[in-house]
Ligand binder design. Structure first.
Ligand code: HT7
Ligand code: ZN
Length: 874
């Protein structure tokens, strides 16, 4: 399959002014009549429309039936029409089969109900169309269906009529006044019930809100609705952006390729990001709902009103909207803890991507299958780039820039350059160098060196940066890196930051240095006699890897810095350094023991744990096995696992009384509450339980059994079951069986049952995972279930995925091969962990490559899976 290049962009030859769609819904033979008003804007009179898996029944141009040779079917599945006039109406009638659509792209059936997914290129699976985001049109949609099976008929925009038809059928019409690209089209039809609410905008528009779910799930929509209303209010307060239709509908579906979709006025959500009850959803699920509901809502302005010119600009809407949803979540909860949780996720997903075979810039230069580019780089790194821009130009200028961006580009399809230009014009600052962040792949490495002269009180901080080569980009230029920082005196007190030549009276205690060159010295003057300790990248002011601080400084910062991010980060860096040392020692035959310095950091966290339980829970977690592996040239998954488990055991044993006291003291007997404090208390309590249960001779396992049996809420139940599932406790099987029996009819909870077993540290996990793939509740057609078993195992269980036998690799390859013809988007997403072979030893690398080759040899591989596998082999 051929790659598409950003530089080849050409404006569309024809624009679509209006789209009038008529759907006659049927599970295997849905008919779609499309009336497009088209206008030529290029030289060519040849109109090409995209199409995929649609059967053409008839087509006419200005009322005249089209036939060959003027009308031609393209090998791609599209349609070509010659001699097109300057402006005309094209009418097509096609047939599609929602039931046969297991790709979940286009119009498909889920549980007997109809849903669409059109981003990125699903609309062409519904009708023939110039399916590209720079073709924006006004849509009106009429649907007809059986009233008994499809009482609800929804589409974008506002309702515009409904009525009865013969033979038990009925119809409804929707009109969307806002021009939109085809990827934002949506249709939902079926037997769903609405949970309703209202929101009045700042300017007085009364908006009817509804969340459509299956009957019986109405009680599980409260958190999603509250999150929606909070998001609507926040976007008004923070950006002056109001909602712009009379209705805002959300429909939830259990078969969905991603988290949710921001279709104009009709968001479609994976049930995972809507449904929550204390007994079925964890705190992380509740937080996920707030994040995703707000994210999709914020797209209404950043993505829908102002959209992307082409898919290379994806981060224009995704990076910016992730930035907005993270900012919102920081506002809603504990900002510092939200920030470090987001950084942890960035480092877990994006840093490895940036260092692997699929590394690409935030604004990619080419792709084979765009669905492969909905990545952590486009989303999370894209968000970090926006955050840095705000840091550089200041919050007030950023807000001015957003106003300008929207005023200039409302109802347009634009580029990342347009966004940067708005920020530049609003701030008066030159952002041309900054744009390298969008163009260069790879994570910059920031190195620190320093020197101090006690005689003069002069401190020189030398910062240098390099960005490693990535596929297609052997050489990199320096990027501007904002380094938020402070200096600590030997007693931990903040020091005044006076750069050489500055006025002493104005010295602040925190400032942002801008590293623009490959290497720069920053000279601070007027300091006392002791050597300062630099606290760098406060709040994670740039998405870089920092190195060069000695272990003592890390330990000092972990205990003393005023910035919670640096405190957490220094503890993590300290632990990483020690784990790497212990891995090397283990390979040399030495048994791992808890280093005193690390024990001191943990003791200090435990000492202050009650004052900020959420922070303490984060600070107590050891770096993940994958994170440690990411620091090694040749990873050793087994040794890393052994070291990490040994440290967890020793921490459990060493601090058992304190951990038990936390587990007792943080128990909440009142009703379940979903506020930051309550979440933090549960997180710390369960972290304590988890450590305690590692250590032999403690009462950790009985505590886990009791917590599981008490069944207070899903967060606590799952934390307890996690402990049991990792153990050889006799209650393990019984607990798993009880959990399955209780929740067998709740797919989202059953996903947790699969994922827990897939990520177990027990020696028999691989065999268990192979058996679970044959379990009657495993279903390749349900993406959530595939992610819960296959995704969780391959991406979340390094020691068993990398089993020396190669069986873990084989399992993943088998699953990709089986899944590709069913759902190629999800199959391609599963390939990732096999691409990490360059970091493995020779035997593992050989086996991983062999599995990639085996996938590649399959006939009729989808282009998405082909792209991922072939790039992984390169
Ligand atoms: N913009 C949405 C992306 C999305 C998607 C992409 C490809 C295939 C299926 C998909 N479902 C949703 C989601 C978002 O980022 O808001
Ligand atoms: Zn998005």
């Amino acid at each position: 399959p051929a790659a598409i290049h950003r530089q080849d962009y050409r404006p569309p030859a024809f624009l679509v002014e209006s789209v009038d769609l008529h759907f006659s819904l049927h599970p295997t033979a849905t008919r779609v009549r499309a009336k497009l008003a088209l206008r030529r804007q290029g030289e060519s009179r040849v109109l090409e429309l995209d199409g995929e898996a649609v059967t053409l029944i008839e087509a006419s141009l200005d009322g005249t039936r089209l036939a060959a040779p003027r009308l031609e079917m393209l090998p791609s599945g599209g349609l070509r029409i010659a001699d097109a006039p300057d402006s005309f109406v094209l009418e097509t009638l096609v047939e599609i089969s929602p039931e046969a659509n297991t790709e979940l792209s286009g119009l498909y059936l889920s549980g007997g109900n109809y849903f669409t997914q059109c981003e990125a290129e699903g609309f062409r699976r519904i009708t023939f169309f110039p399916d590209r985001p720079d073709v924006m049109a006004r849509y009106s949609v009429t649907m007809e269906a059986d009233r008994a099976t499809c009482p609800v008929l929804l589409s974008n925009g506002n309702p515009a009529g409904s009525g009865e038809l013969p033979e038990g059928r009925h119809w409804a019409r929707w009109e969307d006044p806002h021009p939109k690209p085809s990827y934002l089209f949506a249709l939902v039809a079926g037997d769903l019930v609405a949970v309703r609410d209202r929101f009045t905008t700042r300017s007085g528009r009364d908006v009817a809100l509804a969340i459509y779910v299956r009957d019986g799930d109405q009680d599980a929509c409260g958190h999603a609705m509250a999150s929606l209303k909070a998001s609507m209010a926040w976007d008004e307060a923070e950006y002056g952006l109001e909602y712009d239709l009379d209705v805002f509908n959300i429909a939830a579906v259990s078969d969905f390729n991603m988290g949710a979709m921001e279709n104009k006025g009709l968001n479609i959500f994976n049930t995972k990001y809507i449904l929550a009850r204390p007994e079925t959803a964890t705190d992380a699920d509740y937080e996920g709902i707030e994040t995703v509901v707000s994210h999709e809502y914020f797209h209404n302005w950043t993505g829908n009103r102002v959209t992307c010119r082409d898919w290379f600009q994806l981060s224009l809407k995704e990076g910016l909207t992730v930035f907005r949803d993270q900012h919102f979540s920081e506002f809603m909860g504990s900002a510092a803890v939200k920030r470090l949780a987001n950084v942890r996720r960035l480092r877990a997903a994006q840093f490895p991507e940036d260092a692997g075979p699929m590394a690409h810039p935030v604004r990619p230069d080419s792709y084979v299958e765009i669905n492969n580019f909905y990545t952590a780089t486009v989303y999370q790194k894209g968000s970090e780039v926006v955050r840095m821009m705000r840091e550089l130009i200041g919050a007030a200028n950023f807000r001015k820039g957003m106003d300008l961006y929207i005023a200039r580009h409302d109802n347009q399809a634009v580029t990342i350059e347009d966004f940067v230009r708005a920020m530049q014009d609003a701030s008066g600052l030159d952002l041309s160098r900054f744009s390298r962040w969008y163009a260069q792949a790879g994570t910059p490495e920031l190195r620190v060196e320093d020197s101090f002269d006690p005689a003069t009180g002069r401190y020189v901080l030398t910062l240098s940066q390099t960005t490693p080569p990535t596929p297609g980009q052997p050489e990199k230029q320096p990027v501007p890196i904002p380094v938020a920082m402070g200096l600590l005196g030997p007693d931990g007190a903040p020091l005044p930051l006076r750069l050489a030549g500055e006025n002493a009276a104005e010295a602040p205690e925190e400032r942002v240095l801008l590293l623009e060159e490959a290497r720069q010295d920053f000279v601070f003057e007027g300091l006392g006699e002791g050597k300062p300790i630099p606290s760098l990248l406060r709040g994670f002011s740039a998405p870089v890897k920092l190195s060069g601080l000695p272990l003592e400084s890390l330990g000092f910062l972990a205990a003393r810095d005023s910035d919670p991010f640096v405190r957490w980060e220094s503890g993590q860096q300290y632990a990483t350094a020690e784990m790497l040392r212990l891995v090397a020692a283990h390979r040399a035959g030495e048994a791992p023991a808890l280093p005193e310095g690390l024990a001191n950091i943990i003791a200090a966290v435990l000492d202050h744990a009650e004052s900020d339980p959420a922070f303490a829970a984060e600070a107590l977690a050891l770096p993940s096995e994958d994170f440690v592996a990411g620091q090694m040239t040749v990873a050793d998954p087994e040794a890393i696992h052994i070291v990490r488990q040994a440290l967890r055991r020793e921490i459990g044993a060493r601090f058992a009384p304190r951990l038990a006291a936390l587990h007792d003291g943080l128990e909440n007997s009142g009703p379940y509450r979903i506020d930051g404090v309550s979440i933090g208390r549960r997180a710390l309590r369960n972290a304590a339980l988890s450590y305690l249960a590692q250590a032999p001779g403690t009462d950790g396992l009985p505590r886990a059994r009791a917590q599981f049996a008490a069944g207070a809420n899903m967060t606590d139940v799952l934390a307890a079951l996690r402990v049991l599932v990792d153990s050889t406790d006799p209650a393990r099987e019984e607990a798993l069986a009880a959990f399955h029996a209780r929740w067998r009819n709740d797919p989202l909870v059953l996903d947790k049952w699969f994922a827990l077993q897939a990520t177990s540290s027990r020696a028999d996990t691989l065999v268990a995972v192979q058996a679970l793939a044959l379990h009657p509740d495993f279903d390749l057609r349900n993406p959530n279930r595939v992610r819960a078993l296959v995704g969780a195992f391959a991406a979340g269980n390094p020691v068993h995925f990398h089993a020396a036998s190669g069986e873990g690799y084989r399992f993943l390859a088998e699953m990709v091969i089986a899944l590709d013809p069913v759902n190629s988007q999800v199959a391609a997403r599963m390939v990732g962990p096999l691409g990490d072979w360059k970091r493995q030893n020779e035997q593992r690398a050989g086996m991983m490559r062999a599995e990639l080759q085996r996938i590649l040899a399959r006939p009729n591989l989808s282009k998405g899976t082909f792209e991922k596998v072939s790039k992984s082999l390169a």
